[in-house]
Design a protein around this ligand. Structure first.
Ligand code: BGP
Length: 463
């Protein structure tokens, strides 16, 4: 007997994407860190493919939005590029071409009855602000970001109801200042990384403050939550897991929703003399300007144990407390190397429900990147990505269970709608409901796109 996994009729079904990964760099006023990184070190990108053309959303947005609608999406997220919208960073003056593009794109979503979520930062710091001021370590840059946000709100705030300040802010310090795989590719810069965490939280709160003064809509933040699971129930492993969770998840989740930083993080940073520079006035802004809703990007959990092999590193990093361990028998996506663990989506929902006032939230990214999808093309030219459908259904089933138990989740966005570029993979691992042919820019709906249409029509699926 089959059973229906049901979702509310007004549930958001859709996908996320981002300006820097989709638009291409056509007619941009400035370069962002990725544009610059690619221009100066092409060999660091898979097959030397960069963001120049990307998915050419800049020219294809009309057909793309229609196509997304045709596969059942009633909502989608993209981002406004700071380096595209703003002509003069110090004054916040906008570039006319960019205004025209974003205005038309917003209009197109309206015509197609698609709820648009506009995000303001998707790892795309303008390179000029990094070179001049040091990027996110600078509080002046925080204020310039707020200026950019204000320009965006004044231009489009009456047209777009849902906004978000940042996508995965934790990735900026983690990948850019601790692990070295995002620009500026620093490794173990503990002190700078901590200042970046603080400044991003401050920038988000200041942006929320100005949003609520100017606009009537709702504003949130998109956090990548990686639930942590200890290797054992030993005191040491439990403690390691608690610290990793506090550091990697709660450093943004707590201030975003509750307006305060986790005590244990402050404590550790003080003990190691790496606490960020903060003022009472700024902490008050963070306290008073929390999010209206939360977006959660979930891909994989973190399996942790207490650190057993001392870290060969003479500066402070959170890795000194723990190491990740290879859990025997775990399921892994062989292409991306990430563990597949749908139960974590249920755990996230419970955590938000129990510890964060059951704030309205949605899954803002979840997905499976696969290399070489051409091998799954059938006689009609369609990619039969059954593995992706299975991945989504497994996660959705656990999300539905949490919702039945009272979780205030209002939507599910996959990563992503149309195959897009990324700095880690270029176009190696594909994620979309819609395939992109890089040579011809032709778009073709995958089997997962047809699946989405079906489940949005019937508000669920059968297992
Ligand atoms: C998320 C990002 C996205 C996207 C996705 C897939 O962390 O918000 O921008 O790229 O991961 O990751 P990747 O492209 O590295 O496989």
């Amino acid at each position: 007997m089959s059973r229906k996994i049901s979702f509310p009729e007004n549930f958001w079904w859709g996908a996320a994407m981002s300006g820097p990964q989709m638009e291409g760099t056509f007619e941009k006023a400035h370069e962002n860190v990725m544009d610059y990184w690619y221009r100066t070190s092409k060999e660091e990108f898979f097959n030397e493919i960069g963001p120049n053309t990307a998915t050419d959303f800049y020219h294809h947005y009309k057909e793309d939005i229609k196509m997304m609608k045709s596969i059942g999406m009633n909502s989608f997220r993209t981002s406004i590029q700071w380096s595209r919208l703003i002509k003069d960073f110090e004054t916040g003056e906008a570039d006319e071409k960019a205004v025209e593009f974003y205005r038309d794109m917003i209009e197109e979503c309206k015509k197609n009855d698609i709820i648009l979520v506009l995000n303001l930062h998707h790892f795309d710091m303008p390179i000029e602000l990094f070179q001049k001021y040091g990027g996110w370590v600078s509080k002046h840059v925080v204020d310039l970001f707020v200026k950019f946000a204000e320009t965006a709100f004044r231009l489009f705030g009456d047209q777009v109801k849902y906004w978000t300040t940042f996508n995965e802010p934790m990735v900026i310090p983690e990948a850019g200042y601790l692990c070295g795989f995002h620009y500026p590719k620093y490794v173990n810069k503990g002190k700078e990384a901590m200042q970046v965490i603080y400044n991003l939280n401050l920038a988000s709160a200041k942006t929320i403050e100005i949003f609520h003064k100017i606009c009537k809509g709702k504003i949130g933040s998109i956090l990548n939550l990686t639930p942590t699971y200890p290797r054992s129930n030993s005191k040491e492993d439990l403690e390691a897991s608690r610290i990793v969770d506090a550091f990697y998840n709660r450093s943004f989740l707590d201030p975003a929703v509750n307006g305060v930083f986790p005590e244990e993080v402050i404590q550790i940073l003080k003990e190691n003399d790496v606490l960020w520079e903060q003022t009472e006035e700024e902490l008050q802004i963070i306290k008073e300007n929390t999010v209206d809703f939360l977006g959660v990007n979930y891909y994989h959990p973190k399996r942790v144990m207490i650190r057993e092999t001392p870290l060969d590193c003479d500066v402070w990093t959170p890795e000194q407390y723990y190491e990740e361990y290879d859990m025997p028998g775990k399921r892994v996506n062989p292409y991306r190397g990430w563990e597949i663990y749908p139960k974590a989506i249920y755990d996230i929902a419970k955590n938000v429900q129990e510890n964060y006032g059951n704030i309205p939230w949605f899954i803002s990214e979840n997905g499976m990147g696969v290399e070489g999808e051409e091998q799954y093309i059938n006689a009609e030219g369609k990619i039969e990505d059954d593995y992706r459908i299975e991945f989504y259904e497994e996660h959705l089933e656990l999300l539905a269970k949490a919702m039945e138990e009272g979780s205030n989740c209002f939507g599910y966005h996959a990563w992503t709608g149309i195959d897009c570029w990324s700095w880690n993979n270029a176009y190696k691992n594909r994620y979309g409901f819609i395939a992109l042919d890089l040579e011809t820019q032709k778009r073709t709906v995958k089997k997962s796109g047809e699946w989405l249409k079906k489940i949005t029509d019937q508000h669920g699926f059968f297992v």
